[in-house]
Design a binder for this molecule. Structure first.
Ligand code: HEC
Length: 153
């Protein structure tokens, strides 16, 4: 292979790598924000509103939202949504502690997964039980956000 051909092949490979690299860098931030927004939609947008009486309690709708919430939470894969280095390269509130304290972050994520799964059973048993569900789930959102998310003012 001539020097020129080798250089061309090397440049093409480099361009491909850069393209793949930037696609990965931009994607997990947007994807995790969308996922968190969906979680917020089920939790804050439906369950909390029912508890506050802002929308009337409806057992079937509460169960549907709680089920969606638990499924969305269960689907979160930390390695995919929070790959190392993705505290930078986009508009993100993720704190570096997610990676420096990976075990703590995973424990916080597992706590949300467990609480959302367990509390589906409390969602369609009346508003008092839904209050318990919202409190138990809400604790797990807060404990992760307090340590691992920079809240914007
Ligand atoms: C294990 C950690 C963890 C748990 C548990 C968690 N979050 Fe988050 N959440 C984050 C992080 C980190 C961000 C910032 C993501 C970013 O900006 O890249 C975030 C961002 C958000 C956002 C803002 C999304 C946006 O539009 O930028 C909402 C809304 C949200 N979370 C709701 C919730 C709710 C509701 C719960 C509980 C049901 C919850 N989160 C549980 C870590 C967590």
């Amino acid at each position: 292979m001539s020097i020129r051909a080798t250089t061309t092949v090397a440049s093409a490979a480099l361009i491909a790598l850069v393209a793949v690299g930037s696609a990965f860098a931009a994607d997990p931030i947007e994807t995790r924000k969308k996922t968190m927004k969906a979680i917020g939609g089920s939790f804050g947008g439906v369950l909390v509103k029912m508890v506050k009486g802002e929308v009337p309690y409806d057992a079937a709708a509460a169960k549907a939202a709680a089920t969606t919430l638990s499924q969305t939470a269960a689907g979160i894969d930390i390695a995919t949504l929070f790959p190392a280095g993705s505290d930078k390269g986009g508009d993100t509130e993720a704190l570096p502690k997610i990676w420096s304290d990976a075990a703590g972050f995973k424990a916080a994520m597992d706590a949300m997964k467990a609480a959302t799964a367990a509390q589906v059973a409390n969602s369609d048993q009346g508003v008092d039980k839904l209050k318990v569900a919202v409190a138990e789930i809400g604790k797990t959102c807060k404990s992760c956000h307090d340590g691992y998310r920079a809240q914007k003012p």
